[in-house]
Design a protein around this ligand. Structure first.
Ligand code: ATP
Ligand code: NCN
Length: 194
């Protein structure tokens, strides 16, 4: 993965089991709303909080590559390569390897509601700014979440979302995006994937 110092790079970590139009939509909107140069999909070896392992990494990487043809959206298995699984350690490894790159962690609102359960979540908040995108049905839960309360003072208004990558962490921004009501869970339930 080639990233230049000074670039603004959104990181979308996920199981992508399977990848779908919601991920693509979130990424395109993030490029625009947070004024990013790139979005990198970090295809996870496995979410540490999910009890069931996802499909094989190679299969999810292939599916992601087949779905994405956008020149500024990159697909990466960095976590498998670096041997990291927890986001705090992934960010530390990425920042050590790509000095000067302005990383932003991206996530759907469902993950903001869970963030306080992640390993070293305060460290995550202090490593990179965080771009949160509203996901169907989860807007209110996310706004009432522990993370949004604890870091209320670090919130950037949505009208200033284009500055997020330049903000010193902790900083986060919640933006509403036109919604796509789709999830990997729903696609797995429909069959044809696993
Ligand atoms: N339709 C969507 N709208 C907004 N954000 C989404 C959407 N689908 C996924 N995301 C976000 O993309 C990131 C990666 O998601 P993930 O790979 O877990 O997909 P998922 O559809 O949420 O999977 P699952 O249903 O298995 O939990 C998460 O931050 C999630 O919030
Ligand atoms: O670091 C943690 O403790 C942690 C706990 C839960 C989820 N994550 C990360 O959050 C991202 C979204 O995960 P998922 O499975 O909801 O797509 C993915 O990069 C996971 O590694 C990280």
């Amino acid at each position: 993965m080639f990233l230049r110092a000074g670039q603004r790079v959104g990181l979308l970590g996920g199981s992508f089991d399977p990848p779908h139009a919601g991920h693509l939509h979130l990424s395109r909107e993030a490029l625009k709303r947070f004024d990013l140069d790139r979005v990198v999909w970090l295809v996870s070896p496995g979410n540490p909080l999910k009890p069931n392992p996802p499909a094989a990494l190679a299969r999810r990487m292939d599916a992601a590559r087949a779905l994405v043809s956008h020149p500024r959206i990159l697909i990466s298995d960095f976590e498998a390569q670096a041997g990291t699984r927890f986001t705090a350690e992934t960010l530390a490894a990425l920042q050590a390897r790509h000095r000067g790159v302005r990383f932003v962690w991206l996530m759907g609102a469902d993950n903001l509601a869970q963030l306080h359960r992640w390993d070293r979540w305060h460290e995550i908040m202090h490593r990179v700014p965080m771009g949160v995108m509203a996901r169907p049905g989860l807007r209110i839960a996310a706004r009432a979440s522990v993370a949004s309360r604890v870091y209320a003072g670090a919130r950037l208004p949505a009208a200033q979302s284009g500055r997020l990558a330049l903000c010193a962490p902790p900083a986060w921004c919640f933006v509403n995006i036109p919604m796509i009501d789709l999830s990997s869970t729903e696609l797995r339930a429909r069959g044809g994937w696993s």
